[in-house]
Write a protein that binds this ligand. Structure first.
Ligand SMILES: Cc1cc2nc3c(=O)[nH]c(=O)nc-3n(C[C@H](O)[C@H](O)[C@H](O)COP(=O)(O)OP(=O)(O)OC[C@H]3O[C@@H](n4cnc5c(N)ncnc54)[C@H](O)[C@@H]3O)c2cc1C
Length: 414
C-alpha cells in the first residue's frame, strides 16, 4: 500500500498526481472465506481491519449491498464522545476514544478527527442534576468531564441565546470529544483492510444465511453462495432483517433519523452543542457547513428521507438557540436508518447459531464507537467469545434483565 505522507504528496504533485494508487481493489467473491462480514459501514470495515491486523485473520470478505460507507456511516453528524453514564458503556466508548486519538496514524489516513469539545446543555434543574451525576460518574471512570456555567458556555459560543423558552442553566463538557470526517473513516479502514488482503465486495446483498446442524455455513448473496466458517452481521438498521434470515428475532426497532447541512459559512462555531430537551445538535464541518441533527421519526421505516415535522422542530430549536443563523440556508437533508434497542445500548456478541455473530443496536450514536466496536467485534469473532469490553452487551441481557440504560446519555431522543 502506498504510504501517505507530506513526501508522497510532493512526489505526486511533481507528476501531476497521476501516480496515486486506487484505494482498494474490486474483487469478485471467492467461493469460500474463513470470515464473512456483512455490511461495509465503518463498524464492518473496522471489524475486518482489526481481524486482519490484530488477530492475523486475513481470509476475510466484507460484503456490502450498496457502496461501502453508504449507510449510516456517511449519513451521520459525526459527533464523537465517551461521556456515557454506566461503567460498561463508558469503558467501551472510552476505548473507542483512545483508538480515535491514534487512528489517522494507525491506518495512515486523515480521518480529520477534531477534538473541539462537545457540550450537552441542561435546561431544567433535573437536567442539571443528571449532568452533575454523569460528570461525576465520568470522572470516576477516568473520562474527562466538567460542568459549565451559563457564563462559561457563553465564553465559548458568544452568540448562543441562553434565555430560550427552556433557559440554559448549564452544560456538561467533554473537551476531548469532537467530530471526524465520516466517509474518510470508512475509506481509511477499507483501504487499510484491503492492503492486508481483505476482499471488499460491493453491490453484493446478502439474501440468506446458510445453516447446518445449528451452525452457520455461509451467506447467500446476489452474487451466489459464499461459504464461511464464521459470519459477522454488522448491518445497522437492517440487522433485524438479516438476523431473521437465520431465525433470530432481535429486540430492535429501525427508525429514520435525519440530519441536514447548511450552505458553507466562514468558521464561526468552535465546538459541538447538543440539547436533548429542545432537541437539536449542531457543529460546523471543516468545509464550513453547519451540520445539524434531529431526533428520530416516531414511526419505524426504511425510507432514508425522514419526515417534515422533524425538520421543522429541529430548525425551530436551532434558531431559538442561535438566532444568528435564522437566515442561513439549508443545502441538503437526508435520513439514515438507525437500529434502536430497548436500553439505548448496542448488542455485540454471539448468537444462538454457532459461528454467527452480531453487532447492532447502536441506534443514534454508533459513529463515535466505530473503532472500539470493530476492535471488540474482531476479538469476539476471532476468539469465539466476547472481549471483556463487550461481555455486558450480549443479546441475552434482554432475557436476563441486565439492561444498561443509557437513554439519559444517548443525547438523541429515542
Ligand atoms: C442522521 C444521523 C445522525 C447520526 N449522528 C451520529 C453522531 O453524531 N454520532 C454518533 O456517534 N452516531 C451518530 N449516528 C449513528 C451512526 O451513524 C451509526 O450508529 C453508525 O454509523 C453505524 O455504523 P455501521 O457501520 O454499523 O452502519 P452502516 O454505516 O449503516 O453500515 C451497515 C451497512 O450494512 C449494509 N447492509 C444492510 N443490509 C445488507 C445486506 N442484506 N447485505 C449486505 N449489506 C447490507 C448497508 O448497506 C450499510 O452499508 C447518526 C445516524 C444518523 C442516521
Amino acid at each position: 500500500m502506498q504510504k501517505y505522507s507530506i513526501w508522497s504528496l510532493l512526489r505526486n504533485a511533481a507528476s501531476y498526481h497521476e501516480g496515486w494508487q486506487r484505494h482498494w481493489r474490486a474483487p469478485e467473491p471467492r467461493r469460500e472465506y474463513e470470515v464473512v462480514v456483512v455490511g461495509a459501514g465503518g463498524h464492518g470495515l473496522a471489524t475486518a481491519y482489526y481481524l486482519a491486523r490484530v488477530h492475523g485473520i486475513r481470509d476475510v470478505a466484507v460484503v456490502e449491498r450498496g457502496w461501502l460507507g453508504g449507510g449510516n456511516t456517511a449519513r451521520n453528524t459525526t459527533i464523537v464522545r465517551s461521556n456515557y453514564l454506566w461503567d460498561e458503556a463508558t469503558h467501551l466508548y472510552e476505548k473507542s476514544m483512545q483508538l480515535w486519538e491514534g487512528l489517522a496514524q494507525d491506518i495512515n489516513y486523515n480521518v480529520m478527527f477534531s477534538q473541539r469539545g462537545v457540550m450537552n446543555l441542561g435546561h431544567t434543574l433535573q437536567d442539571m442534576r443528571d449532568i452533575e451525576r454523569r460528570v461525576t460518574a465520568n470522572r470516576l471512570n477516568g473520562v474527562d468531564a466538567e460542568v459549565l456555567s451559563p457564563a462559561q458556555i457563553q465564553a465559548i459560543v458568544p452568540f448562543i441565546n441562553l434565555h430560550t423558552r427552556y433557559p440554559v442553566l448549564g452544560a456538561s463538557m467533554q473537551r476531548r470529544a469532537g467530530i471526524a470526517r465520516h466517509d474518510a473513516v470508512a475509506w481509511g479502514y477499507a483501504r487499510a483492510a484491503d492492503a492486508l488482503g481483505v476482499d471488499i465486495i460491493q453491490n453484493c446483498e446478502v439474501i440468506g444465511i446458510g445453516r447446518e446442524n445449528g451452525a452457520v455455513t455461509g451467506v447467500d448473496t446476489v452474487k451466489g453462495f459464499i461459504r464461511a466458517r464464521k459470519v459477522a452481521v454488522v448491518a445497522a438498521g437492517h440487522s433485524s432483517v438479516i438476523a431473521a434470515m437465520a431465525g433470530i428475532r432481535l429486540p430492535l426497532e429501525s427508525h429514520p433519523l435525519q440530519a441536514l447541512v447548511s450552505e458553507p459559512l466562514k468558521p464561526i462555531f468552535p465546538t459541538v452543542v447538543m440539547s436533548n430537551a429542545i432537541h437539536a445538535y449542531i457543529s460546523q464541518s471543516d468545509k464550513g457547513d453547519l451540520v445539524i441533527g434531529a431526533g428520530i421519526d416516531a414511526y419505524t421505516g426504511y425510507g432514508q428521507r425522514g419526515s417534515f415535522p422533524v425538520i421543522e422542530q429541529t430548525l425551530q430549536a436551532i434558531v431559538e438557540m442561535f438566532p444568528i443563523f435564522s437566515r442561513v440556508r439549508m443545502n441538503r437533508q437526508w435520513a439514515g436508518i438507525v437500529d434502536v434497542s430497548p436500553d439505548a445500548c448496542p448488542i455485540i456478541g454471539l448468537t444462538p447459531v454457532k459461528g454467527l455473530y452480531i453487532n447492532c443496536g447502536w441506534g443514534t450514536g454508533g459513529f463515535k464507537a466505530t473503532p472500539g466496536s470493530g476492535w471488540v467485534m474482531a476479538h469476539t469473532v476471532a476468539q469465539d467469545r466476547p472481549h471483556a469490553l463487550n461481555e455486558a452487551f450480549a443479546l441475552d441481557r434482554f432475557a436476563s434483565g441486565r439492561l444498561i440504560d443509557e437513554h439519559g446519555a444517548a443525547a438523541v431522543a429515542h
